[in-house]
Design a protein around this ligand. Structure first.
Ligand code: SF4
Ligand code: SF4
Length: 133
């Protein structure tokens, strides 16, 4: 009975929760600084939205809009990355920096060319194995 209730809850949730792609992450950071100098946001489409985000969440005040890509999406960068590509605020860096690259996101991921990490998408069989274990 409990399983059935959870099935219904999960069914309802599936209409609201976007499915996330899961990745295997291997490798390590080479400290090139590319990810601090070139980043995207999944939910900031206008300068006004970005200012609101910075107002509501002070941790975003370290970022600025660097330009736009060929599709018109904002490219962000951090004011605190050194010319050598290192973090000048390493101990107080936000969680998004500590957790990069995250294992689960809403859309297909791509790392910067030359990044020391490698990502590989989990296959359908991988998900089946996980459910059985
Ligand atoms: S792009 Fe990759 S290797 Fe370079 S600093 Fe970021 S995580 Fe490290
Ligand atoms: S806070 Fe540090 S790790 Fe995070 S984007 Fe800025 S320079 Fe990079």
């Amino acid at each position: 009975m409990l399983d059935f209730i959870f099935s219904i809850i999960n069914e309802i949730r599936s209409y609201f929760v976007a499915e996330k792609v899961e990745y295997e992450i291997t490798g390590e950071c080479k400290k090139c600084g590319k990810c601090c100098n070139y980043m995207y946001s999944v939910d900031t489409y206008t300068e006004k939205e970005f200012k609101i985000m910075q107002f509501l969440f002070p941790k975003y005040r370290r970022f600025y809009i660097k330009g736009k890509d060929e599709y018109g999406n904002f490219i962000f960068a951090c004011k605190l990355v050194t010319p050598e590509g290192l973090c000048s605020d390493y101990k107080r860096r936000p969680a998004m920096c500590r957790n990069y690259p995250v294992k689960k996101i809403y859309f297909p991921a791509k790392l910067h060319d030359g990044c020391g990490y490698k990502i590989s998408t989990k296959s359908f069989e991988d998900y089946l194995k996980k459910d059985k274990s």
